[in-house]
Design a protein around this ligand. Structure first.
Ligand SMILES: [Zn+2]
Length: 263
């Protein structure tokens, strides 16, 4: 019996000279590992080797029988622009790494599937100009929060995660003059922490007023400065490091490469 689904490739490993083992994140089946026999042969059934982030309809052997299914059909559609922009590509690899590590096989998350595909589409559209680093970073942050929300680990951002006091932050037009109460982020509390509670959480990180404001009102993420986005991404990386028990492999490429200015 064969199964059909829509999937996007989130990992590929060479299996032999002619075959690959591919991890797909699919809409209805969740994450699956598949062997693509002969995919690297010149005339393969998959239009050539399977590329990272290619997506489309896939057909595979009965997943209830074996851990690794056999891929029988895959007409690849790709995001052709992603490899032109190293920062954009690294952000997508980072998102795929987190998706792979934080979801289980055969645990479907259709909305997360749509969210990941939209993320790839948006990054693909915005990768052309190097000035869009800021925009790509904002897309990555929003996807990371979608991922946390979909797997049931959304941090508490609108109130102190410990005492539940609601946050209200007023930001003036000049971010530097913004006045607010002190706000922290703590992975062990899974969210924001107020000044009264911070002493209970040794892993807390203090947020700038604009960083706190963005996390309290996520609509601001799309408009805020690159500096604030880097601050938030740094916090998210340390949060993912806590969740995974190790630092994500791609993390080192995200804050570093966005420092590079276009020539
Ligand atoms: Zn509190």
């Amino acid at each position: 019996m064969l199964s059909k689904d829509t999937g996007v490739c989130i990992r590929t490993v060479d299996y032999s000279e002619t075959s690959q083992i591919v991890t797909f994140f699919t809409k209805s089946t969740g994450k699956i590992g598949a062997i693509a026999k002969g995919s690297k042969r010149p005339r393969s059934a998959f239009d050539g080797p399977i590329e990272m982030f290619s997506y489309g309809e896939i057909v595979f052997s009965d997943p209830t029988k074996e851990k690794l299914v056999t891929l029988t059909e895959f007409q690849q559609h790709g995001f052709t622009g992603l490899t032109n922009n190293l920062f954009a590509f690294n952000c997508c690899l980072f998102a795929a790494e987190l998706l792979n590590k934080l979801t289980d096989d055969y645990d479907p998350h259709p909305e997360l599937f749509e969210g990941f595909l939209h993320f790839l589409q948006d990054v693909n559209e915005h990768q052309r100009s190097s000035i869009e680093h800021r925009h790509i970073l904002s897309l990555l942050i929003l996807f990371q929060l979608t991922l946390l929300s979909e797997i049931g680990l959304m941090p508490v951002l609108n109130a102190c995660a410990n005492c539940k006091t609601k946050y209200e932050i007023q930001i003036t037009s000049d971010e530097r003059r913004a006045t607010s109460n002190e706000v922290y982020f703590s992975s062990s509390a899974n969210g924001m922490i107020c000044k009264d509670c911070e002493s209970n959480f040794s892993d807390k990180i203090k947020l700038s007023p604009s960083g706190a404001s963005c996390l309290i009102n996520l609509k601001q993420v799309a408009q805020t400065s690159e500096r604030t986005l880097k601050e938030i991404e740094k916090i998210l990386i340390s949060h993912f490091t806590e969740l995974l028990g190790h630092r994500p492999k791609m993390a080192k490429h995200i804050l570093k490469s966005s420092d590079k200015r276009p020539k």
